[in-house]
Write a protein that binds this ligand. Structure first.
Ligand SMILES: [Zn+2]
Length: 255
């Protein structure tokens, strides 16, 4: 496995993170090979093995995930959520599944917050001062509803995070080269039309940078992978490019 990592996050003590690619797992086409989703038709035994490999690579005992619904609910992963969560896969699989949400926040150590993506952004938010991490599922609907601001708000109010301390990282995802929205007039609010890079194409990486900066995250602390999943289907799963396909794992944890 050779996941995407940021040197700026690796430099922080007590944090592990990675955006895994489509390679290094056991799923068969069209989910080949490191699929992490259970809801797209893949063999659960293959997903279970893939998740074991991911947890092992990171060195975390638990991967916490939720059904992602393109909303703005932020789930705080604490002892209460973990004890109520289900374990849908057996055989020592590290997956624990909470209620539907699109962002996860935790101050618990040893719990990998996992977001599943194929063109959507996973956005890591790390507060090295308060020792809190978040992982956000941010597709275009999440961008339109500004789930990034909702997540920063929960970190601020529940954990005392100062946004000026946050380090943010935007995963490989749909790039401005491929983000065509032919129905943008009804799908994307007027306030975001200035992020149109050419007719009907939008830069959602720039939208995330803009929304994070508006929350008070310093621009020098916002890192974007800059790799487009649609262009790089050799490396990443792409929903736009393939329709029936796998989902990659983006994981961040306190150790
Ligand atoms: Zn592209």
């Amino acid at each position: 496995m050779e996941p995407f990592v940021w040197p700026e996050l690796n430099a922080l003590p007590g944090i592990v993170h990675a955006v895994f690619t489509r390679h290094g797992g056991v799923s068969r086409p069209p989910y080949a090979t490191l699929n992490t989703a259970l809801s797209n038709g893949d063999d659960p035994n293959a997903v279970s093995e893939n998740l074991r490999r991911i947890a092992s690579w990171l060195g975390v005992p638990v991967l916490a995930a939720v059904p992602q619904v393109h909303g703005t609910h932020v789930a705080v992963v604490d002892e209460e959520l973990l004890s109520a969560a289900s374990r849908p896969l057996n055989n020592g699989c590290p997956l624990v599944l909470g209620p539907p949400a699109d962002a996860l926040v935790t101050a618990c150590r040893g719990v990998g917050l996992m977001i599943k993506i194929a063109d959507c952004q996973a956005v890591f938010l790390v507060d090295p001062v308060r020792r809190v991490v978040a992982n956000v599922h941010c597709g275009w609907r999440g961008s339109v509803r500004n789930i990034l601001a909702a997540t920063v708000d929960v970190m601020r109010t529940r954990f005392g995070t100062d946004p000026a301390d946050l380090i943010a990282a935007v995963s490989p995802s749909l790039g401005p080269c491929c983000a065509e929205f032919r129905h943008y007039a009804i799908e994307i609010p007027h306030s975001l039309w200035s992020f149109q890079v050419r007719p009907t194409y939008f830069d959602f990486w720039a939208i995330s940078r803009h929304q994070l900066a508006a929350c008070g995250v310093r621009s020098e602390n916002i890192h974007t992978a800059g790799e487009c999943t649609v262009c790089r289907r050799d490396k990443y799963f792409s929903y736009r490019g393939e329709k029936t396909t796998g989902r990659m794992a983006a994981v961040v944890a306190l150790t």
